[in-house]
Structure formats: C-alpha cells, structure tokens
Design a protein around this ligand. Structure first.
Ligand SMILES: [Zn+2]
Ligand SMILES: [Zn+2]
Length: 151
C-alpha cells in the first residue's frame, strides 16, 4: 500500500531466478511442502476453494513460474480462495487487488516481513513480491559498493 514514508523501488530480475523458500500464513504456519515437489523443489501448499469444492493446491515455488498442481477442477478465469491448511485462516490479501483484472489476491508471509502475492483468478498470472525490511535491505546493499554504482 502507498505509504508516505516509503518509496517504491522496482528491481528487474531475470525471469524465474527467485524461489520461495519460506512462506507462511499470518499465524506463522509453514506452507512449504517438501513431500510434493514441483520441478524438483518443495512446493507451497495451500487449501483452495472454488464454489463448493475444496482441495489442496501445490504452488510452484519458483517466482514467476506457474506449474501449479490443483486437486480440484477450476475453470479458466474462475475465482478461487486460498486458506492455510493448518489453521484455515483466509490467505486473501486485505489491501491488494489484482491490477490486471481487479480480482482479490492471496498473500503469503515471507521471512523478515516480506510478502508474496498473486491473483486468485485462474489463468491470471499477475503477482507481486515485496521484500522487507526495506531499511535492512538498503543497509545490506550499502555493505557492497554496488548500490551507488547503479545510480
Ligand atoms: Zn495457519
Ligand atoms: Zn488478476
């Protein structure tokens, strides 16, 4: 969300260069599923609901890759909801809508206050990654001589 005390810095990275290692619900339950691999990596497992159907969905842990595996049938453009498999809390982002299609988004907690979010409309691949704590990130970048050299 826009915050007067924050600036948004966009960093372009090569596609599929990042992998989610630690995702959790807002109650701190890990969503990482080492028993269900996608492309050789532990997937991110959440409960998915589409109308009256519920099941599990295994999300591709590679950021920007969508080799997801779903237990239930969801039609193209169908709108789903995600929940924590451990405690059942909704994973719908409270303050974030998809900027491409306007649908609600899910949001998963990352270590150090970051979040990863994605559109809940099947087939819409809009996604967002927010790394925090921004100040610490800046500090760590400042340890390298690189940050200034990019400006
Ligand atoms: Zn939970
Ligand atoms: Zn969307």
């Amino acid at each position: 969300m826009p915050n007067k005390n924050r600036e948004i810095v966009y960093v372009e990275i090569p596609s599929k260069a990042l992998r989610i290692h630690h995702a959790a619900c807002s109650n701190g339950h890990s969503l990482i599923c080492p028993d269900h691999l996608i492309n050789g990596y532990a997937s991110v497992c959440v409960k998915v609901r589409y109308q009256d159907n519920e099941g599990l969905i295994y999300l591709d842990p590679i950021y920007g890759s969508f080799c997801n595996v779903t237990e239930i049938q969801v039609p193209d453009r169908g709108l789903v909801e995600f929940f924590c498999p451990s405690c059942g809390i909704s994973l719908t982002a409270k303050q974030q809508l998809c900027t491409e299609c306007g649908a609600p988004m899910f949001e998963l907690a990352l270590p150090r206050g970051g979040t990863v979010a994605g559109c809940l409309r099947n087939g819409c691949h809009f996604h967002l990654l927010k790394l925090a704590d921004g100040v610490k990130l800046l500090d760590s970048l400042a340890d390298e001589p690189t940050w200034d050299s990019f400006l």
